[in-house]
Design a protein around this ligand. Structure first.
Ligand SMILES: Cc1cc2nc3c(=O)[nH]c(=O)nc-3n(C[C@H](O)[C@H](O)[C@H](O)COP(=O)(O)O)c2cc1C
Length: 363
């Protein structure tokens, strides 16, 4: 197990171990997208990780989909995040911010602006979304983005990246996984565009490549990561050939210089959500297309993570759900202590209960 706990570097950034806390949406921001004070405690409690990736954070009010998610586009939000990164750095972890523009996975009741949610195409997702005012509601049909709007949207990611650096983050992760805006551009059932940002694999990957390149130019490729989930059919997203799409995407990205490529395994929540074939074969199939660090999440254990690290398949091991109920996950993995179970009913509630009140062993 030594490799899991050994220090390493990530694009020159020293990490105290190879354990990453996954991005986890927990809906603890105020209505204006400002993380509440106990958000700092929650992240600081988990900062024995080598790297923490923040919960999905919107780059503008237009990017918000869910209730009570945080943003990184106002002075109050930036100031609140600075308190978080200071506390995390004090305990030794590094921290990246995940940028989540929800695209069509949004409901107007959850947003501060009256505009309809936008997406690559006007394709309504099947299913429903939680709203605090009217509980579960059908998704509305999004408005298709016009070609002429895309440069401003790219600028929004760039401004957010500069804001994240001002807030003390060590880098940013572009969320191109799990059915949100960037993933909607990649997938064949959500991208029906007939301009240069659709129609073919090279068209569907183009917007994501342009966002990554613009952010990398602004803050450095070494501070820029991306998250993908090839074959994960979450949020009604189904790409006809996820391996082909993602191989082309990774080949087009400057992965030699980027901080990392982060893969969420497509069977992380259910085997039924995967259309990429054998999940065990996914990382080996992608590995040749990632020239720098590859990191992965999805039901990892200390043993499976160690095996993947030692074979060179991945460079960092990412844990999501185990970090929720185990703030001292690193210690527990090291000692083999049992893991506490998370309280599902408190995952997305508004206060500190079931969030920053999970005890560490011995506390
Ligand atoms: C409550 C919850 C919230 C999540 N929020 C996000 C998110 O904001 N961004 C993201 O990329 N993935 C999100 N995920 C997926 C996790 O990052 C992770 O990839 C997934 O839980 C699989 O890892 P695990 O098996 O170790 O939990 C979320 C998962 C859970 C359970």
């Amino acid at each position: 197990m030594t490799s899991l706990f050994a220090p390493t570097t990530l694009a020159g950034l020293p990490l105290q171990n190879r354990i990453v806390m996954a991005p986890l949406t927990r809906n603890r921001a105020d209505p204006m997208g400002v993380p509440q004070s106990f958000v700092r405690d929650y992240y600081a409690q988990r900062a024995s990780a080598g790297l923490i990736v923040s919960e999905g954070t919107q780059t503008s009010f237009a990017g918000q989909g869910y209730c009570r998610t945080p943003g990184i586009h106002t002075a109050e939000q930036i100031a609140a995040w600075k308190r978080v990164t200071d506390a995390v750095h004090e305990r030794g972890a590094k921290m990246f911010m995940q940028f989540m523009h929800c695209g069509r996975i949004a409901h107007p009741l959850n947003r501060q602006i009256p505009d309809a949610p936008v997406a690559p195409s006007a394709v309504r997702p099947a299913g429903q979304m939680w709203t605090d005012q009217q509980q579960l509601q059908d998704y509305p049909t999004p408005r298709a983005l016009e070609t002429g709007e895309l440069p401003a949207l790219i600028d929004e990611f760039v401004t957010a990246a500069r804001n994240a650096m001002a807030a003390g983050f060590d880098g940013v992760e572009l969320h191109a996984a799990n059915g949100y805006l960037l993933n909607q551009f990649l997938a064949s059932n959500t991208n029906l565009r007939t301009d240069g940002y659709g129609m073919s694999v090279s068209g569907r990957i183009r917007f994501v490549v342009e966002v990554v390149e613009a952010v990398a130019r602004a803050i450095g490729a070494a501070r820029t990561g991306i998250r993908v989930s090839p074959g994960h059919m979450f949020n009604d997203l189904v790409d006809g050939n996820p391996l082909e799409t993602h191989r082309a995407l990774l080949d087009a990205l400057p992965t030699t210089d980027m901080a990392y490529v982060h893969v969420m395994l497509p069977d992380a929540f259910s085997p039924k959500l995967n259309n990429a074939g054998d999940p065990q074969a996914l990382l080996p199939a992608l590995r040749p297309h990632v020239k720098g660090a590859l990191i992965a999440a999805g039901n990892l254990t200390a043993a499976s993570a160690t095996a993947m690290l030692e074979s060179g398949l991945i460079q960092l091991a990412v844990f999501g759900r185990p970090f929720i109920a185990n703030p001292d996950l690193v210690e527990r993995l090291k000692s083999g202590a049992p893991l506490a179970a998370l309280r599902e009913d408190l995952l997305y509630t508004a206060d500190a209960e079931g969030y920053s009140d999970y005890p560490s062993s011995g506390s």
